[in-house]
Design a protein around this ligand. Structure first.
Ligand code: DKA
Length: 135
């Protein structure tokens, strides 16, 4: 999973953002964005940066250890990353006092190592975004 990834396709992401109450302006911006994701690791500490023309977010984490995250749409969540059979599972717990929902982002890496499939789930809605490794 270490390396640089570029999004090539996205399905149902607007429905996913609507379910999270993301406002229409941000949803329009996000729908035109084709993010680059860069993942690095040093001594068991990972960094995952998602860059678009309007917004760049970076999270730093160790597998299995909860950390605070501010998402691209401004939610402050408690996140935990785990590795499960070739999938990086990114569990985001929303602030229930603010009525925020929990979400899960699953990044699966194929055997050849050139495709990362991101599945973003909230309630019964799943968005699928396919990334290709940058050469
Ligand atoms: C992903 O990693 C999901 C997050 C994409 C954020 C898009 C940028 C939103 C700009 C407001 O593909």
């Amino acid at each position: 999973m270490i390396g640089k990834w570029k999004m090539e396709s996205s399905e149902n992401f607007d429905e996913y953002m609507k379910a999270l109450d993301v406002n229409v302006m941000l949803r329009k911006m996000a729908s035109t964005a084709s993010p680059t994701v860069e993942i690095s690791e040093q001594g068991g500490t990972f960094q995952l940066t998602t860059s678009t023309a309007f917004k760049t977010t970076t999270i730093t984490f160790r597998l299995g250890e909860q950390f605070d995250e501010e998402t691209a749409d401004g939610r402050k969540v408690k996140s935990t990353m785990t590795w499960e059979d070739g999938t990086l599972v990114h569990d985001q717990k929303g602030d229930t006092e603010k009525g925020q929902k929990d979400t899960v982002l699953r990044r699966t890496f194929d055997g050849e190592g050139d495709t990362m499939t991101l599945k973003c789930t909230v309630d019964d809605i799943t968005a699928t975004r396919v990334y290709k490794r940058e050469k």
